[in-house]
Ligand binder design. Structure first.
Ligand code: NAI
Ligand code: MG
Length: 363
């Protein structure tokens, strides 16, 4: 069967990083008859420049029809002044909304070659492999009411509302349990049931979902603040962490920095399974932004984008062996001492974007 990929390179270093994935896809088609068919569109500032929108309706149609979307990065100082509705980020937000990408997967993996240069003690991060599953479409970022009220006495009140319904907690915890089964089979759910009603419901629904369908997976619960502490103190105690939108935003950034550079971090966002095909809508993107400070210089680290493609192989196409090989190839190139500037350290060999991509493909 053909595998339809829709590529949205975006702005800044997005197209540079995506270029390495394009070479990889071509190599997989040539050498392994992988059968990828790609199409490409515009998103972010480059889409705004072309037609005044952060993503066009035509490109949205293609994103909806594809088996998976690969996204680079959007934004940059050039578009600081554009109207709010068509700012570069609006393209990504529309993709998340229209594809109903409710589950954001953020792995924190420490490559052995980089453990020694982590800001944490080597024994804390060496061999680290955790996956944070963040709810992405609900919670306090979207709940109503959401407003600033003028109280009339020189005071104003800012209001955001945390709202979670049973079905939202069921589906995100279902994703976490399913993923745990392909890993170390452990899920830790984080909320604040001691001070939040939504936290009480979260814990209850996660426990019910576990009991009903995933009793074979080990489940623990932790208060989210304690979870943040434990993530830094001894992160290797975790396998999969499932949490809400706000806590997940913060905890995944903390976990990210356990492992080093932004240029190394992949992510995936998954939607509900399609009623007809059973396939989940999915978008894969590096965690980093468009890095305007280094764009166009050929020095960006393509590993976050390439590792995002490895997640695509694993989750959208069930190409588990190929995903493993690709991740091992990244580790092997790092083991040989090759580094882009952002992860460079003494005694290593500094190379650019294309050379890093070539080295990984060759492996
Ligand atoms: P950033 O992630 O673009 O860059 C932060 C720092 O990390 C910079 O010094 C950059 O050079 C470095 N860096 C990031 N990725 C790298 C890579 N692959 N290789 C080597 N170095 C890398 O975040 P920043 O500077 O806050 O934002 C820049 C622009 O990107 C803004 O317009 C922002 O809105 C946008 N942005 C877009 C995101 C997205 O498309 N999902 C996410 C975050 C920011
Ligand atoms: Mg964040």
């Amino acid at each position: 069967a053909t595998k339809n990929l829709f590529l949205l390179p975006g702005d800044g270093i997005g197209p540079e990083a995506m270029g390495e994935v394009k070479k990889l896809i071509a190599a997989m088609n040539d050498q392994m008859s992988a059968g990828f068919v790609t199409d490409e569109g515009l998103v972010g500032g480059s889409a705004y420049d072309a037609h005044g929108q952060a993503i066009s309706d035509a490109d949205m149609e293609k994103a909806l029809a594809a088996d998976a979307v690969l996204f680079g990065a959007v934004g940059g100082p050039k578009w600081d002044g554009v109207p709010y509705e068509v700012r570069p980020e609006a393209g990504l937000l529309r993709l998340r909304k229209d594809l109903e990408l409710f589950a954001n997967l953020r792995p924190a993996i420490c490559y052995p070659a980089l453990a020694a240069s982590s800001s944490l003690k080597q024994e804390v991060v060496e061999g680290l492999d955790i996956l944070i599953v963040r709810e992405l479409t609900g919670g306090v970022y979207f709940g109503e009411p959401k407003q600033i009220i003028d109280l009339g006495n020189g005071q104003k009140r800012g209001i955001d509302t945390q709202v979670y319904d049973t079905f939202e907690i069921e589906r995100i915890s279902g994703v976490a349990f399913e993923l745990a089964r392909t890993r170390a089979n452990k899920v830790c759910s984080m909320e604040k049931n001691n001070v939040m009603k939504s936290g009480v419901l979260w814990k209850e629904v996660v426990a019910q979902t576990h009991k009903a369908s995933y009793a074979d997976v080990e489940l623990t619960h932790m208060l989210a603040d304690a979870g943040g502490m434990q993530l830094v103190r001894w992160p290797k105690q975790f396998d999969v962490i499932v949490t809400d939108n706000l806590f997940g935003d913060m905890l995944s950034d903390v976990a990210a920095m356990l492992t080093g550079s932004l240029g190394m971090l992949p992510s995936a966002s998954l939607g509900a399974p399609d009623a007809r095909t059973g396939k989940r809508k999915a978008l894969y993107e590096p965690v980093h932004g468009s890095a305007p400070d280094i764009a166009g210089k050929g020095i960006a680290n393509p590993i976050a984008m390439i590792a995002s493609f490895a997640m695509c192989l694993r989750y959208s196409f069930n190409m588990v062996a190929e995903a493993d090989r690709l991740e091992k190839a990244i580790a092997a190139v790092l083991d040989e001492g090759y580094r882009t500037g952002d992860i460079m350290s003494e005694g290593k060999t500094e190379i650019g974007t294309a050379a890093m991509g070539d080295a990984i493909i060759a492996k």
